[in-house]
Design a protein. Structure first.
Length: 68
C-alpha cells in the first residue's frame, strides 16, 4: 500500500452503528501512521539538514540529562 492510497474507511466518518474496530485493524492503522511519520521525518531531515541536526543535538542533550 503506497503513501497516497485511500484509507480503509473514510477519515472522520465514524458512526455508532459501525462495527467495532478489531485489534488487527487498529495495529495495521497504527503501523501505517508510524511509517508515514518516519517518512515525513526523513523528508524534513533531507530538506532542512541544519534544523534536523540541531534537533538531533537537542534530543541527545535531553536524553543525556534525563534522570530515571
Amino acid at each position: 500500500m503506497g503513501p497516497w492510497s485511500p484509507p480503509d474507511r473514510p477519515i472522520g466518518r465514524w458512526s455508532p452503528h459501525d462495527p467495532p474496530e478489531t485489534e488487527a485493524e487498529r495495529r495495521r492503522r497504527r503501523a501505517r501512521f508510524l511509517r508515514e511519520l518516519a517518512e515525513a521525518r526523513e523528508l524534513r531531515a533531507r530538506v532542512q539538514p541544519r534544523r534536523a541536526k540541531a534537533a538531533r543535538l537537542r534530543h541527545a542533550m535531553r536524553m543525556r540529562t534525563f534522570r530515571w
